[in-house]
Ligand binder design. Structure first.
Ligand code: MG
Ligand code: ZN
Length: 168
């Protein structure tokens, strides 16, 4: 039985995008983000984070930093009765300095690789799924994967979803 999924960009959607956020000390929740994840959980969506983390290729921080931050994020959500089903991140960047990550890839948005990977690994109905991002590259990745994209430009994420996703 395939399920709807919500694909959430991280920086600029779940947390304020301050540029290369990689420590919980710099992590500031977007208003309504936790309630939004919980609501999608309750509506029986699969909830995925799909985030470009080119800072790994650029050696601004490590893959372990990203994993640690995501574990912390998950535990904070869990305290509020919400959860992310899986985090997907792209560690690549063509202009990076870490050799193993400094190449063209099929996962860095606007490529749809992370969304397609989730659809391979989970019972996702892409046609009924939604992506929320704050950049045109998020919308392009959504389009290429065949999911409906909504551009979030700040404000309260829960209100945004009530208007764009849950009422349509
Ligand atoms: Mg973003
Ligand atoms: Zn990649």
């Amino acid at each position: 039985m395939l399920k709807r999924a919500i694909f959430l960009d991280r920086d600029g959607v779940i947390n304020i995008d301050r540029g290369y956020v990689h420590r919980k000390e710099d992590f500031c929740w977007v208003d309504g983000a936790i309630e939004t994840v919980r609501q999608f959980n309750e509506l029986d969506y699969l909830v995925f984070v799909v985030t470009n983390q080119g800072g790994i290729a650029r050696a601004f921080y490590t893959e372990q930093d990203v994993l640690d931050l995501h574990n912390w994020l998950q535990s904070e959500l869990n305290k509020q009765g919400a959860h992310i089903d899986q985090f997907y991140y792209c560690p690549h960047h063509v202009e990076g300095s870490v050799p193993e990550h400094s190449h063209v890839c099929s996962c860095r948005k606007p490529e749809p690789g992370m969304i397609l990977a989730a659809a391979q690994e989970w019972p996702v109905d892409l046609n009924r799924s939604v992506m929320i991002g704050d950049k045109p590259s998020d919308m392009e990745a959504a389009k290429r994967a065949g999911v409906t994209g909504y551009l979030f430009c700040g404000g309260n994420l829960f209100e945004f979803c009530r208007e764009k996703v849950w009422n349509s």
